[in-house]
Design a protein around this ligand. Sequence first.
Ligand code: UD1
Length: 417
Amino acid sequence: MARLLIDQSPSLQGTVRISGSKNSVLPILAASLLAEGKSCIEEIPKLQDVWIMQELLESLGATTHWEQNMITVRSDELTQYEAPYELVRQMRASFLVMGPLLARLGRTRIPLPGGCAIGSRPVDLHLKGFSALGAEVTQERGYVQAKADQLKGARIYLDFPSVGATENIMMAAVLAEGQTTIENAAVEPEVVDLANYLNAMGALVRGAGTDTIKITGVSTLTGTNYSVIPDRIEAGTFMVAAAMTHGDVYLENVVSSHLKPIIAKLRESNIQVIETENGLRVCSKEPIYAADIKTLPYPGFPTDMQAPLMSLMSIAQGTCVITETIFENRFMHVGELKRMGADIKIEGRSAVINGVPSLTGTQVRATDLRAGAALILCGLIAEGTTEIQDMYHIERGYEDIEMKLRNLGASIQKIEI
Ligand code: UD1
């Protein structure tokens, strides 16, 4: 079991390169099940979740090869239509193989992903979409089964613009007969990245990035070379690290238009963010001011940045309210931040934060990925040493975070217990 030890660090300085997006890579790898021939996917971050997805593809009969930051996948001969419980249990995003398997094999059986630390996270919208495409969807003994001789295009309205449901339905629809329209679709950059990948394989997906996606089914897709977009949540986390330590950090490999809500909130908090052609400079020399935040679907403020921003607001001047509207139980980090001296009260779906001048290091536990990132951020400025347990949550989503922070001057080390 690994833990992270962080000592109060000097202002972070230097350049950090942002890795490929975890939330793009996972659906894109799932989509590689749709193609004949070889797919080469680049800018793959070395993350636990990506290893799980690679293992899942292999378990279904695909052959994969991961070298440096590129994975090649061949899915010519899929041998299994059922995803192993052991893998789906470890990662919810495994459910994203359902659409591709249904489209490619006409049949699939996937364990229900179950609850997770940030809420119950149902998959009803995914299933509603598959049914609309003509699949017979049944549930028994904790598994979902779907069958269809030939999926048929349909008009599907999502009650909520779910990222995963939009992606899963889009992947099923690319090989369906006729046209599918997804209304109230998610508009996240990762949805657009998946659509671009599908189109590069020969699919006909139009409108990704708007709330209406139109897909004209084709009979086959062919493997292609593709490079995934940079991870906007990793970028946001480093931006907050620069801000909290009153540092001056340059981020390479970012798409600043994807970071608009994060940039806006940092500027509102009196932090300087300078956009350049290839990156972003974050500079924080002045006092940090409190700013209210409400999480919303893109282009609103991302729920995945809620915990990291709460770390920043914990030491900002003034009081603010952070409201979580996407997940019902995403305040697990609050108890741990309070152990470090933060002054936070939860009132329903909102947290009221009174900024304090300083935090103190102690033993804390990462309850999920972004909660873990929030604790690292606090550890950077807390007096004394912060010890973060259950570091594996953090390694699910941040490539080499310890080394990247150390290169910027942070005093951080991983210890194996
Ligand atoms: C994805 C991201 C996750 C991010 C989230 C919201 C990946 C691998 N993960 O998760 O990091 O926090 O988007 O930006 O890309 N919902 C339903 N029924 C469904 C599906 C979702 O009610 O069938 C609800 C969920 O419970 C949640 C909300 O919709 O309250 C948003 O979930 P969704 O957008 O689907 O998130 P994920 O795709 O799971």
